[in-house]
Design a protein around this ligand. Sequence first.
Ligand SMILES: [Zn+2]
Ligand SMILES: [Zn+2]
Length: 380
Amino acid sequence: MSVAIYHEPQLVTHSPFARDPAVRLLVRTRLKPKGVQQARRKHRTRIEHQLAIEAEARVEAATAQKTEPDLLDRFFALPPEVRNHVYRLLLVQPCKFNYSHNFRCKPLWYEYPGPAHTAHGPDSNMNFACADCRWHVWHQGLPVFVSPARSQWAPPMTNEYLCDNCYSQNIRAKREPHPTLRNLKCLCARRENLGIFLINKQFYTEASHVFWTENCFAFENPTILIDFLSGIRPQTRSLITRISFMIDPDEVGVSLDRKHVQQCWRLLRLCDGLTELELDQFFLSNLRWVLGIKNITPKTRVVFMRTPERAEILYLMTYDQRIWKGVSRRQPVKNILTDTLADSMLRQKPMTGKATQALFNRQQRQENGDGDDTRGEETL
Ligand SMILES: [Zn+2]
Ligand SMILES: [Zn+2]
């Protein structure tokens, strides 16, 4: 009769003076004779076997009790295209740049602790504590600030005594890339109905496919793009089909460090399911960036967009309800550089470095008004 091999805990026998009392005790007890060990193992196997049979019986009994199909059975009896349409209605939202504030909108404040809805009144972030940014009020016994922007789907915090800003910056950022709350203006453009992923495994598999392949993922600065695309699994990244990457003219102090932006191109190249890409034409103002962009190969559409100048947006401030005032008014740009670049990207044949450089220089000359083409127009 064959007996399953068990790995008995390895006892430390070389030092009878172990520091741990538990180990010391173990060393003193003599091992039981072989026969006894074998009998115990056999007994243990029998119990485990019995438990497995009982669990199986319980599942069978539950299935037998069900007399008529429940809602889930009926849902999964629908044809897949109908199910996908249900997921689409629940999970696919327009590009976030096109959102307007709703009438209940409460903007977020980034004064520490935060982000909070208001800096004044009883709900104000000033009536709360945080072990980092508001440690000086700790002795007053105030509750720790929990931001209304905190996602219920985020992994649980490993330190409950910090506000969301401090936790993200001091702890989570050191462990994993993650989209921070820093850039949220309000919660109007938040994705909805994500809870349906938790219904069961089949829901998750089917709905997440629709979610990732049919939504547009929009980023208003390089940091958000990097944090998002490097934080998700590579398999998920390959599902993304639509990306919009703009620079928000409304935002001051966007980090456009060269290495930082190059990392964006690397990550976008890794999105191998990409079909539609929208890029800020601002990225065409630097040859190094153009050399990075040319290697991204979306399948059906590449557009370069221009956002209005900051002054134009300032004039809108008083009545405009759009969340991203500048980016929502983006317009496609067409010139020799955008056309040739987009064409080579769509044909999946990136231009050579030399050709890109020549094209870039030509466009620059044209913009500065001293190119051949412009001079030709003037003489006409
Ligand atoms: Zn809003
Ligand atoms: Zn804090």
